[in-house]
Design a protein around this ligand. Structure first.
Ligand code: CA
Length: 234
């Protein structure tokens, strides 16, 4: 929930389909009256310069400039969070966008509550300094990034170095979706290898150790075809 004390955020929606723009407006206008609309990539980039939005909602399919290119150009001029609107079958495009600096994505058709929640989460993230939490508690699990310990109650959970690295990457930015490639590069420090396959094995083992029910994970969430995110409070 955004409280009444929250600063007035400016939102920019870059989307050529008027119905989607309307749906985004309907979902967000009550909490964020300042919504700027742009119907293409060029108009969107111009609007960033003129209205300095706090968050950008970017559609992948634009008539003039490729969505990925728009995302890269946005990143070159602002740190504002980018939430991408993507089609159901656009998984590889979504991955490319996240790798190009987008912060989150939502698949069309989306629920208005889901979009509002994603936008609120990104605004919260942007408002807090980008420093990895030192410790966090999530679902009865306590994680200390400095001491490199994970406990459930008094019980110490032993992780392999790779499992620890995977957990540390996810916990460094709770709620953010990390792509397979981003995680692989961060953990294995190299770019080649089947990122998805490597991760699947170790994430399965990690879940077995930290989740209450590894078959129904509540901490490490799978984003199908894209990657993983960690759910927890710092
Ligand atoms: Ca479109």
């Amino acid at each position: 929930m955004v409280t009444a004390e929250a600063p007035p955020y400016t939102l920019l929606v870059i989307e050529d389909e008027i119905e989607i723009t309307r749906a985004v407006g309907a979902a967000l206008r009550e909490q964020h009256p300042a919504i700027v609309e742009a119907s293409g990539g060029k108009a969107g980039l111009d609007a960033i310069k003129s209205s300095r939005p706090d968050i950008i909602i970017l559609d992948l399919g634009l008539p003039d400039i490729d969505g990925l290119e728009v995302c890269r150009r946005i990143r070159a001029i602002t740190d504002a969070p980018i939430v991408v609107l993507t089609a159901r079958h656009g998984e590889s495009d979504t991955v490319a966008l996240l790798n190009a600096g987008a912060d989150d994505y939502i698949t069309k058709p989306f629920s208005t509550q889901e979009l509002a929640a994603r936008v609120a989460a990104q605004l919260r993230r942007a408002a807090t300094p980008r420093r990895a939490p030192v410790s966090m508690n999530a679902d009865g699990l306590s994680i200390d990034l400095h001491l490199r310990t994970v406990k459930r109650g008094p019980m110490v959970i032993r992780l392999t170095p790779i499992e620890w690295e995977i957990l540390a990457v996810l916990v460094s930015d709770p709620g953010r979706v990390f792509t397979h490639q981003q995680m692989f590069t961060a953990v294995w420090k190299r770019a080649y290898g089947d990122a998805r396959l490597y991760l699947r094995v170790h994430v399965t083992n990690l879940r077995r150790k930290i989740e209450r029910d590894p078959a129904d994970p509540h901490l490490i969430i799978t984003e199908p075809g894209v990657g993983y995110r960690f759910i927890g409070e710092s």
